[in-house]
Design a protein around this ligand. Structure first.
Ligand SMILES: O=c1ccn([C@@H]2O[C@H](COP(=O)(O)OP(=O)(O)O)[C@@H](O)[C@H]2O)c(=O)[nH]1
Ligand SMILES: O=C(O)[C@@H](COP(=O)(O)O)O[C@H]1O[C@H](CO)[C@@H](O)[C@H](O)[C@H]1O
Length: 341
């Protein structure tokens, strides 16, 4: 057992991860409590830190996340220099709640305005990167119920103490809370059903990531501004694939952040997310010449919503265009450190 509690033995069939991944797991897996906020604040040595929270309709949770960061990591320990919430076309009071909690708030479509807007979480993250200036950037989802300052401390630990690390993913136990029923490890459904199998098949060096789709991660700005951001929900899987290829496995790390509960989407919404992730993976396979498709995959997903329509039909056909696009590396388009209006 290594320091993170990840057993590195073989499974009952004697199958084992590659030695490269086993070495990586030992070398690049840490725990959030390996550091304290004050230790990391002292380790900054003049470097600056931005926390970026993408938020679409997160009025119920974003305020507490912002307050936790500000209290523990801005006021108590000077670890974080700016907290930005990217209001991603919310239809609720996300922007007001975030601002009242002490965050700077930008509207996703107000950043780098001359550029035509793109959509989804990946766009919100790219705009958040453009609208901040910290040399280290931490991304935290805005729908977390049990966020702690330890998430940010843990993600910054490797970046502030090891120059060989460029990008850090969080991992955690992910319960699936469905009303009164909790499945202790039922969360991360798209991870377990789609992302993990595909990454193990085609990028086995990434097999050691406990939560490859984790929404909490951090990186060096110079690296984050040098990689594309896929729109919608393709952003996380594309980051790992692109960074593995460009920076190599040893530049990546992961930190145990404990427990993560968040607002869960419906199964059909996760079906759309899964489709976007599959399209992203197939695009990366095609770019690397590992997939030759004489016909591009259709981005259209037909789903069936059961609802008595009253005209004798009890299901409604809903077709969604899952096409994802991609923002180029920000350094190729950046004009100024804070491009918000
Ligand atoms: O168009 C979008 C979709 C999502 N999000 C945010 O990205 C984070 C993760 O999205 P979501 O909760 O939908 O994904 P899940 O955690 O369910 O996989 C949340 O803070 C969302 O508010 C966003 O800013 N813009
Ligand atoms: O990991 C997953 O399977 C999905 C869905 O999680 P749940 O099944 O709702 O716990 O959540 C993640 O995936 C998204 C796509 O990469 C990320 O954007 C989210 O931040 C992350 O929560």
């Amino acid at each position: 057992m290594d320091t993170t509690g990840i057993g590195l033995g073989t499974d009952n069939a004697g199958l084992a991860l590659s030695s490269r991944v086993r070495t990586w797991l030992r070398r690049r897996s840490r725990r959030a409590d390996d550091w304290t906020a004050h230790e990391l604040a002292a380790a900054k040595r003049g470097r600056t830190v931005s926390v970026v929270i993408p938020a679409r309709d997160e009025q119920e949770t974003v305020g507490q996340i912002v307050r936790t960061v500000r209290t523990a990591l801005v006021e108590d320990a000077p670890l974080v220099d700016e907290v930005l919430v990217v209001d991603s076309r919310s239809r609720d009071d996300t922007a007001r709640v975030a601002a009242e909690a002490g965050a700077r708030v930008v509207a996703q479509d107000a950043v780098l305005r001359p550029l035509p807007g793109m959509h989804g979480k990946g766009e919100a993250l790219w705009k958040g990167l453009a609208a901040t200036s910290g040399e280290l950037v931490v991304f935290v989802d805005g729908d977390l119920y049990d966020f702690t300052a330890g998430y940010v401390i843990g993600l910054l630990g490797p970046l502030l103490t090891d120059p060989g690390v460029d990008y850090v993913k969080g991992f955690y136990q992910r319960p699936l809370v469905d009303g009164l029923h909790t499945d202790a490890d039922g969360g991360g459904r798209v991870t377990e059903l789609v992302a993990r199998p595909l990454l193990n098949m085609y990028w086995p060096d990434l097999a050691g990531f406990v939560q490859p789709l984790a929404g909490e991660y951090a990186g060096r700005r110079e690296v984050l501004e040098s990689i594309p951001f896929v729109t919608h929900y393709g952003v996380e899987v594309a980051h790992l694939i692109d960074l593995l290829r460009w920076r190599g496995l040893d530049a990546l790390a992961q930190v145990d952040l404990g427990m993560r509960t968040h607002r869960h989407q419906s199964t059909q919404a996760l079906g759309r997310m899964a489709g976007q992730i599959m399209l992203t993976v197939m695009d990366r396979l095609e770019r690397s010449g590992r997939l030759v498709a004489d016909e591009a995959p259709s981005p259209l997903l037909a789903q069936f919503r059961r609802s008595p329509l009253g005209d004798g039909a009890d299901r409604e056909l809903v077709v969604t265009d899952l096409a994802v696009r991609e923002r180029p590396p920000l350094r190729t388009v950046r004009s100024s450190p804070r491009s918000a209006g």
